[in-house]
Design a protein around this ligand. Structure first.
Ligand SMILES: *[C@@H]1O[C@H](CO)[C@@H](O)[C@H](O)[C@H]1NC(C)=O
Ligand SMILES: *[C@@H]1O[C@H](CO)[C@@H](O)[C@H](O)[C@H]1NC(C)=O
Length: 400
C-alpha cells in the first residue's frame, strides 16, 4: 500500500470541511436543513474559487466571512502529519553533505507496553517502561537519532502550534472572531465543550503510521488533554487495517487504482523528464553525477523530499536547491507524477471516493439528526497524498 508519500510539505498542511447551520431556520425547527456546507483548505476555498470578487482564491486572509445567521455545527479536519525526516538516505556525501543521521528525535522515545492486566472489569493494565533507540547497521547507536520518515521534535512542536492555527483559520474567517486562541474560541462559540464528557463529541482517526499517529496525539493533547476529559471519556484513536484504509488513495487494496496511478506516473516521467534536463548541470554533482529525472535514481520526488525536510529543519542545503526556479521545476514534475491522475473522474472516485463518502455520510447524519447527533469535530491525521487527492477531487488543488 502506498501509505508513504514521498515528499515533505509539498502541499498546504490541512484541509477543512465545515458544516454550518442557519440559525434562522433553526429557530423554527430543530431538524432543519443545513444551509451551507463550506469546504475550506489552508489555502484554498471552494466558495472563494467561485467568487470573482477576490483575486486569489488561495488567500486565507480574504476568505469570505460567513453570513451571521449561520452557526458552526460540525468541523471535519484532514491534516498532514508534522515535519519528519526524509524517507530515504540521499544527498549525504560531498559535496551536498546533508546528514545521513538525523539527531532530532529526542522526545517521545519512551514506550509503554501493557504487560499484565486485562484492562477489563476495572482492572488496570500494568505497564512496563522502556526506551526505544535506533541501532545503525554497524551495531552502534546514538541517543536521539530518528528513524527514516519519523516525526521529529520540531514536527511535534509544530503540531502544538498548528492546532491553534487551525482554529485561527476556521474561526475568524468563518465566524468573525479575532482571537488567536482557537480552543477557547471554539469552546466559547459553543461548538466544543470545555470538558469532554462524551467521546462521541469527537472523532479522531489516523493512518497506521507512527508519524501520523503521534501527530494526532499532539492535536488531541491540544484539544482535550487528559485533564479535560472525564475518565470515561478519554477519546479513542481510530485506525484501520491496510485493506480498509481510506485516508489515502489505497492502491494496495484497489488494483485498478494502482494500475492507473502507475500509468499516470510513467506518463509524467515521459512528459517531464526533458524539462528536468537543464537541471543536470546544476544538480547532478550532488547525486553522483546522475541525471535529475522523474524516474531517476534518486527519483526527483526523493530529491524534493530530502531538500524539503532539510529546509524545514533549518539544515543548510546547497545553494542551487534554494533557487526558486530549480525547486519549482522539480515540484511541478513530482506533482504531475503523483497527482495528474486526480484530474480524471476514475482516479478521484477510486482514490478519494470512499473518504468523501464518509464525510458526506457524517454530515448528512448531522443534518438528519440535529442535536441528537453528538459529533462536533472529526480530525483525520494523514499524508500529503491525501490532501492533494482531496483538494484535486474538489477542483481546488493549487498544484503545490
Ligand atoms: C499481574 O501481576 C500480578 C503480580 O505481579 C498478579 O498477581 C496478577 O494476577 C497479574 N494479573 C494478570 C491479569 O495477569
Ligand atoms: C526518464 O529519463 C531517464 C534518464 O534519462 C530514463 O532512464 C527513463 O527511461 C526516462 N523515463 C521515461 C518514462 O521516459
Amino acid at each position: 500500500m502506498r501509505t508513504e508519500p514521498r515528499a515533505a510539505q509539498v502541499f498546504g498542511f490541512l484541509f477543512i470541511s465545515i458544516l454550518l447551520r442557519s440559525t434562522i431556520s433553526f429557530a423554527h425547527s430543530i431538524d432543519t436543513e443545513f444551509d451551507q456546507v463550506f469546504q475550506l483548505s489552508e489555502r484554498q476555498d471552494v466558495l472563494m474559487a467561485e467568487n470573482p470578487k477576490y483575486d486569489s482564491p488561495l488567500d486565507v486572509e480574504k476568505y469570505a466571512v460567513a453570513p451571521s445567521q449561520l452557526e458552526l455545527e460540525q468541523v471535519h479536519i484532514y491534516v498532514r502529519h508534522g515535519e519528519r525526516t526524509p524517507v530515504g538516505i540521499r544527498l549525504t556525501g560531498p559535496p551536498a553533505n546533508l546528514p545521513e543521521h538525523w539527531m532530532m528525535c529526542k522526545t517521545a522515545r519512551r514506550l509503554q507496553a501493557s504487560v499484565n492486566g486485562s484492562g477489563i472489569d476495572g482492572i488496570l493494565d500494568e505497564f512496563q517502561q522502556a526506551r526505544r533507540i535506533v541501532e545503525r547497521a554497524d551495531g552502534t547507536h546514538r541517543e536521539g537519532e530518528c528513524m527514516l520518515g519519523e516525526l521529529t521534535d520540531l514536527g511535534r512542536k509544530l503540531w502544538q502550534v498548528s492546532s491553534r492555527d487551525l482554529c485561527r483559520q476556521v474561526v475568524p474567517n468563518v465566524l468573525k472572531s479575532s482571537s488567536t486562541n482557537c480552543l477557547i474560541r471554539i469552546a466559547r462559540l459553543g461548538l466544543l465543550p470545555n470538558i469532554l464528557q462524551n467521546t462521541e463529541t469527537v472523532y479522531f482517526r489516523t493512518t497506521n503510521v507512527p508519524r501520523t499517529t503521534e501527530s494526532l496525539q499532539q492535536i488531541i493533547h491540544g484539544l482535550y488533554p487528559t485533564s479535560k476529559c472525564y475518565p470515561q471519556a478519554i477519546p479513542p484513536i481510530f485506525v484501520r487495517n491496510g485493506r480498509d484504509e481510506n485516508l489515502l488513495g489505497n492502491a494496495g487494496s484497489c488494483k485498478r487504482l494502482e494500475i492507473l496511478l502507475v500509468g499516470f506516473a510513467q506518463a509524467a516521467a515521459s512528459a517531464y523528464n526533458h524539462t528536468l534536463e537543464p537541471l543536470d548541470k546544476k544538480l547532478s554533482k550532488y547525486i553522483d553525477g546522475r541525471p535529475v529525472r522523474v524516474d531517476g535514481k534518486p527519483r526527483a520526488s526523493g530529491i524534493l523530499d530530502t531538500i524539503r525536510a532539510a529546509t524545514a529543519h533549518n539544515i543548510k542545503v546547497p545553494s542551487e536547491f534554494e533557487e526558486k526556479g530549480v525547486m519549482d521545476i522539480i515540484e511541478k514534475a513530482v506533482v504531475a507524477e503523483w497527482f495528474s491522475g486526480y484530474k480524471t473522474d476514475e482516479v478521484r472516485r477510486l482514490g478519494m471516493g470512499r473518504l468523501l463518502d464518509d464525510l458526506a455520510t457524517k454530515m448528512q447524519q448531522k443534518v438528519a439528526q440535529g442535536d441528537r447527533d453528538p459529533l462536533k469535530i472529526a480530525v483525520h491525521s494523514t499524508h500529503d497524498t491525501a490532501l492533494a487527492g482531496l483538494t484535486s477531487t474538489l477542483d481546488v488543488f493549487d498544484d503545490k
